[in-house]
Design a protein around this ligand. Structure first.
Ligand code: ZN
Length: 301
């Protein structure tokens, strides 16, 4: 039985209607479609007009079709990207990125789609990982509040990647967002309130994610320690005290939920985590805020 060609017509990126050559999964015209070098050149080159720019475009747009081809190629194993291939993807520096409009944003979209397939480890290109977080952080501003891109679509794939530390990614995201918000030219009155409102909203979104929810059991102090570490490393940025207040609120709310779920015995993974976290050797350092620690020592003094 003849098998259909599994390449896509370059003119409109619709599935090819030809029959595949014997012993192959593509037709004669598409014999080089899944050649890695030309595939990368076509879809992942900085100068390519075909780079993605959206992720949320309608199904019938050219961009959605490119996204589909990239996703299909990786998921079906037609293109297998190695760590080396991914590290070699065109990747502007953070500073260049901040100063430029597209096409750099499109690279981030491409990377998000690649990671979403589960075939590309986001850490293979640390720079694109950081730019992906930064793109979202930059969009997460007051002016965009009615049309914010979907958190799950843009950040979800990175948080779900096995081996990645979701809470550290969340911290990078928050750090970059604070830096962007502070750099904005806003009136003094706005500058006082808006960054806090937006950061709180972003933190809330992060903690709704399954993999991040669990880490609500860390104390505010532990979170602040990670935040400051990320802030100095990523952006040479000092975390202001208002962030601590936001984190304290968001954490205390989600900590109650996390504990409740564990008590209900819903998730063995979470049970393991809470056992490790509540181990006497870690409990004090991880789970108690400074005030609670003082209270604790006062109690047992
Ligand atoms: Zn074909």
């Amino acid at each position: 039985m003849p098998t259909p060609c599994c390449a896509f017509r370059i003119s409109d990126l619709r599935p090819c209607a030809n029959t595949a050559r014997e012993g192959s999964d593509v037709c004669h015209a598409h014999r080089a479609f899944y050649n890695k070098a030309s595939w990368l050149n076509r879809f992942a080159s900085l100068n390519s007009p075909l780079l993605l720019t959206g992720l949320v475009f309608g199904e019938n747009t050219m961009l959605a079709r490119i996204e589909h081809v990239v996703e299909y190629s990786l998921k079906e194993g037609k293109i297998v990207l190695t760590k080396k291939d991914v590290a070699a993807l065109p990747s502007p520096t953070f500073d260049t990125w901040v100063r430029n409009r597209p096409p750099f944003v499109t690279l981030v979209d491409l990377y998000t789609v690649m990671v979403r397939t589960g075939k590309v480890d986001p850490r293979w290109n640390r720079n694109l990982l950081q730019l992906s977080l930064a793109t979202y952080a930059k969009m997460y501003a007051w002016e965009m509040r009615d049309m914010l891109p979907n958190f799950e679509t843009r950040i979800g794939p990175f948080l779900r990647y096995p081996g990645e530390k979701p809470h550290e990614l969340v911290m990078v995201l928050l750090v970059i967002q604070r830096a962007f918000l502070q750099a904005r030219h806003m009136r003094a009155a706005e500058r006082r309130h808006i960054p806090d409102i937006m950061s709180r909203q972003l933190a809330e979104e992060c903690f709704k994610t399954e993999s991040v929810k669990r880490t609500a059991l860390y104390s505010t102090e532990e979170w602040m320690r990670i935040l400051q570490k990320k802030a100095s490393a990523v952006h040479n940025y000092n975390v202001e005290p208002s962030v601590k207040a936001i984190l304290t609120d968001v954490l205390s709310k989600h900590r109650t939920d996390a504990k409740k779920e564990i008590r209900l015995g819903m998730d063995p993974l979470k049970r393991d985590l809470i056992e490790a976290t509540w181990h006497p050797s870690r409990f004090e350092a991880w789970c108690l805020d400074e005030d609670e620690k003082k209270e604790n020592s006062a109690m047992f003094a």
